[in-house]
Design a protein around this ligand. Structure first.
Ligand code: 5GP
Length: 178
């Protein structure tokens, strides 16, 4: 292992994640009873959460991806959002759920919601693995939230720091500077 690899501390373990993802899947299944839903997975961070969540939704599901960047390799937001990859399948008149990894300042999701609204979905909701209320600058309604967390930089379960740690099965945190 390289010298600059720091083992994150566990914040939310695998079992806790699985329980919440399961509960959210049940909730979505009930809310959309017998309808098809389109999940829009926000790459790359949300892909582990989305993969687990979609298998807990007992409805016909279509999967789309978007990619946008607001962070560089650092710990803090640049305040800019750029859409790098748009959805490819039909969205108009569909029940859409955007699946995010984390809502921090709310900038990314605000921009994304506006973009997806332009495609005239029948309904649009938001699912997020994590939410940092103390950092919110743009008010966001999260319809399906797994966990609210303190202002810590978290990694694992899809979330990275400089491209690393996405493979961790738990959500952990790095101390500032690492
Ligand atoms: P926002 O636009 O809400 O400030 O930031 C959202 C995006 O910033 C997330 O989709 C995620 O990519 C990144 N982000 C915010 N907080 C964290 C964090 O604690 N850890 C990681 N790995 N990414 C974060």
């Amino acid at each position: 292992m390289s010298m600059d690899y720091y083992q994150p501390e566990v914040l939310i373990n695998e079992d806790e994640i699985a329980k919440r993802v399961n509960a959210l899947g049940k909730e979505i299944t009930q809310d959309y009873a017998n309808e098809e839903v389109v999940l829009i997975c926000v790459l790359k961070g949300a892909y582990v959460f989305c993969a687990d969540l979609m298998r807990k939704i007992n409805l016909p599901v279509r999967l789309e991806f978007v990619s946008c960047s607001s962070y560089g390799d650092g710990l803090y937001s640049s305040g800019r959002v750029k859409v790098e990859m748009d959805v490819t399948g039909p969205i108009e008149n569909c029940h859409v759920i955007i699946v995010e990894d984390i809502v921090d300042t709310g900038l990314t999701i605000k921009n994304l919601v506006e973009l997806i609204q332009l495609k005239s979905p029948k309904s649009l909701k938001l699912a997020s693995l994590l939410y940092k209320p103390s950092r919110t600058r743009h008010e966001t309604k999260i319809d399906y939230l797994a966990f609210e967390i303190d202002d810590k930089f978290v990694v694992g379960y899809g979330l990275d720091y400089a491209g690393r740690y996405r493979e961790l099965p738990y959500i952990g945190f790095l101390n500032a500077g690492h």
